[in-house]
Ligand binder design. Structure first.
Ligand SMILES: NC(=O)c1ccc[n+]([C@@H]2O[C@H](COP(=O)([O-])OP(=O)(O)OC[C@H]3O[C@@H](n4cnc5c(N)ncnc54)[C@H](O)[C@@H]3O)[C@@H](O)[C@H]2O)c1
Length: 358
C-alpha cells in the first residue's frame, strides 16, 4: 500500500511517499524528479553498513553516478567540524549546483545533510530518506535543518525543504528498540495534540504482534499532522509551536541531566505527563487525561515521572530555552486528548506548572 501526501507551501510543493520496501523502487521515484546524473548519499555508519550497498547498486543500475559520504552515528556528528568535513568531501567529489544529495539516516543525518544541502554552493537539491521512527514521523518533514554549537543544540540552522521525502517503514526492523520507543514518544505527542483516534488505536494495539502491521498507518497519520501544521505555519510563529507539547519540560530535563540520562523521547514523555497532570489539577485539562497518557507511555516502555529533582533546577533550564520570549514562555497544554492549545505564561509563574516532586 502506498500513502501519498503533499507538502504545499507558497514557494514549493513536494511529495511524501510512505511505502513498505520503497527503498527498492527509489530510483524510479528519483528519476521522476531529478534529471541529472550525480547523486551523493550522506549516511551514518550504522545505516550505511546495513543498506548503502544495495542502494548504490540500484542507483548505478539506473545510470546515476553515485558517491557516498559516511559520518559517525550519533548527535556529536551534528557539529561544525563534521559539517566542514562533509563540505570538503563534496568539493573533492566535484559537486555542482545541479547535483542531488540523499539524506539517508535518522534525524542526525537528516539535519546535518539538509543543512549542508541548504548552504553548499548557496543551496543544492536534496531528498530525505529517513530511517529512524523519529525521522520518519517528524524530522524529515518541515524543512528544519541544523547543526549544534558547543553551547546548545540546533543553534545554526535554516528552513530548507527537500525535493521529496521517501519513507520505508520496513527499515525500522533494524532500528534498535530504544530508538523505536524514543520515536514512539513523538507519536504519542501527535496523538495528544491532534488525533484522539490515533491515541485510542495506540491504546488497543498489541505492540508485539500488531506493530509491523500498524506502523505504516501510524507514520502516515503523524506525517499528515506535521505537514498540515507546517503548511499553516512554516516558520513556527504560532500553530507549529503545538508540536512542542511536552518539550519545554522535556528539554529542561535533557539539559539538567547533561543529555546523558534520558533520550529526547524519554524526556518529552515525562514532560507530557507532568504538564498534563498539573494542568489537570488546575482545572484546565479534563480529568483522567494525565492517567491515559501515563498508561500509553508505560505501554511503550517510556518513563512518565522523574524522581526527586529540585524544580528550581528545571526552572533554570527552562529559562535557558531558546524558544522562550523575553519574559514569557509558550506552554502547550491539552483541554483533552486530541485538543491542544498554547498558553503564554510569565517566566516568574512557570513554577505553577511544575510539580513539587516530578
Ligand atoms: N529537523 C527537525 O524538525 C527535527 C525534529 C526532531 C528531531 N530532530 C533531530 O533529530 C535528531 C535525532 O534523530 P534520531 O532519533 O533519528 O537519532 P539518530 O539519527 O542518531 O538515529 C538514532 C540511532 O539509530 C541508528 N539508526 C537509524 N536508522 C536505523 C535503522 N533503520 N536501522 C538501524 N539503525 C538505525 C542511527 O545510526 C543512530 O545510532 C536530533 O539531532 C534532533 O535534534 C530534528
Amino acid at each position: 500500500m502506498l500513502y501519498k501526501l503533499e507538502v504545499k507551501l507558497p514557494q514549493k510543493i513536494y511529495p511524501i511517499l510512505i511505502k513498505k520496501d520503497i527503498i527498492k523502487d527509489i530510483c524510479y521515484e528519483i528519476n521522476k524528479i531529478y534529471n541529472s546524473k550525480r547523486i551523493t548519499i550522506i549516511t551514518d555508519q550504522n545505516v550505511g553498513k546495513l543498506y548503502v550497498k544495495a542502494l548504490v547498486d540500484n542507483l548505478k543500475s539506473y545510470g546515476f553516478d553515485v558517491y557516498t559520504i559516511f559520518i559517525e552515528p550519533g548527535e556529536n556528528s551534528k557539529s561544525i567540524k563534521v559539517l566542514t568535513d562533509v563540505y570538503n568531501q563534496l568539493l573533492d567529489i566535484g559537486i555542482t549546483r545541479k547535483a542531488l544529495i540523499l539524506a539517508f539516516g535518522g534525524g542526525v543525518v537528516g539535519d546535518l545533510a539538509g543543512f549542508a544541502a541548504a548552504t553548499f554552493l548557496r543551496g543544492i537539491r536534496y531528498i530525505q530518506i529517513p530511517t529512524s521512527l523519529l525521522a520518519q514521523i517528524d524530522s524529515s518533514i518541515g524543512g528544519k535543518v541544523a547543526v549544534n554549537l558547543p553551547r546548545g543544540k540546533n543553534l545554526i540552522g535554516n528552513f530548507y525543504h527537500p525535493e521529496a521525502v521517501f519513507i520505508d517503514p520496513s527499515l525500522l526492523k533494524t532500528l534498535p528498540r530504544r530508538f523505536l520507543y524514543d520515536g514512539m514518544a513523538e507519536v504519542i505527542k501527535y496523538a495528544c495534540i491532534k488525533d484522539i483516534d490515533l491515541f485510542n488505536k495506540l491504546m488497543e494495539v498489541d505492540i508485539e504482534t500488531d506493530f509491523d502491521f500498524i506502523i505504516h498507518e501510524i507514520i502516515y497519520r503523524c506525517c499528515n499532522i506535521k505537514k498540515e501544521i507546517v503548511e499553516y505555519d512554516e516558520k513556527e510563529s504560532g500553530e507549529r509551536m503545538l508540536l512542542n507539547f511536552g518539550h519545554t519540560i522535556g528539554h529542561a530535563i535533557e539539559r539538567a541531566f547533561n543529555y546523558e540520562r534520558f533520550t529526547h523521547g524519554e524526556a518529552v514523555a515525562i514532560g507530557m505527563y507532568c504538564i498534563t497532570k498539573k494542568s489537570e489539577d488546575m482545572g484546565i485539562t479534563k480529568k483522567g487525561t494525565a492517567d491515559s497518557i501515563k498508561e500509553l507511555l508505560v505501554k511503550f516502555k517510556l518513563p512518565y515521572k522523574l524522581y526527586q529533582i529540585d524544580s528550581d533546577i528545571l526552572i533554570e533550564a527552562i529559562n535557558l530555552d531558546k524558544k522562550s520570549e523575553d519574559d514569557y514562555i509558550n506552554l502547550v497544554l491539552l483541554r483533552e486528548i486530541g485538543n491542544s492549545f498554547m498558553k503564554k505564561v510569565k517566566k516568574e509563574d512557570i513554577h505553577l506548572f511544575l510539580q513539587n516532586e516530578m
